[in-house]
Design a binder for this molecule. Structure first.
Ligand code: NI
Length: 192
């Protein structure tokens, strides 16, 4: 009897989001230069605390449209100035591909925007699944002061990641703390 596929089991801890079977890709504050709105606060924090901001997994699934890439993403609590810790965010290189995020732990937002400038920020809480439409860049933002934001994601294997346009321009909106609460505000550094 021939095998049709090789099944794979991977552990992802529901509390930490981490896998013991696989090494994560880690992003520290020093990897995030230019991404936070308050650059003075960024440089000040970096001097004393090059902390881990987030980590995620690349499971090594083949980059074809018949495969599904998946893994967890963990954004640790913290702020740079008033802006919450977040992932760099990306468009998919194949722009009209989608993604699903399922929140396992914490409290945050997925910030989304398309090249035409339509912006959507959706709240993430444990048990909520979010479908990111095709053509939308996406970034996870952790607004909890104490808990990591843990999501499980899945997207087509051939989608690819385009960080470049987001790294140079940023998102139109950012999420910052105002009077003790998370608020969606214009990115003061965004430019066309
Ligand atoms: Ni993506």
């Amino acid at each position: 009897m021939s095998m049709l596929f090789n099944s794979v089991i991977t552990d992802f801890d529901l509390h930490s989001g981490l896998s013991q079977a696989k090494a994560s890709i880690r992003r520290r504050l020093s990897d995030m230069r230019g991404m936070f709105a308050d650059q003075t606060a960024f440089e000040e924090e970096l001097r004393t605390d090059d902390r881990l901001v987030y980590e995620y997994y690349d499971m090594g699934v083949p980059h074809t449209e018949k495969d599904v890439a998946y893994g967890t993403s963990i954004v640790y609590p913290g702020k740079v100035g008033a802006e919450y810790h977040m992932t760099k965010g990306h468009f998919h290189t194949v722009l009209d591909t989608t993604e699903v995020y399922f929140c396992l732990r914490g409290h945050g937002y997925l910030m989304m925007e398309n090249p035409e400038g339509d912006v959507e920020a959706r709240e993430l809480k444990p048990g909520l699944a979010l479908y990111v439409p095709k053509r939308y860049a996406h970034r996870s933002i952790n607004v909890s002061a104490t808990e990591p934001l843990i999501t499980f994601f899945a997207f087509p294997g051939h989608a690819g990641h385009d960080h470049g346009t987001i790294e140079t321009k940023g998102f139109r909106k950012v999420i910052a703390e105002k009077h003790g609460a998370a608020e969606i505000v214009d990115n003061p550094r965004w430019s066309t």
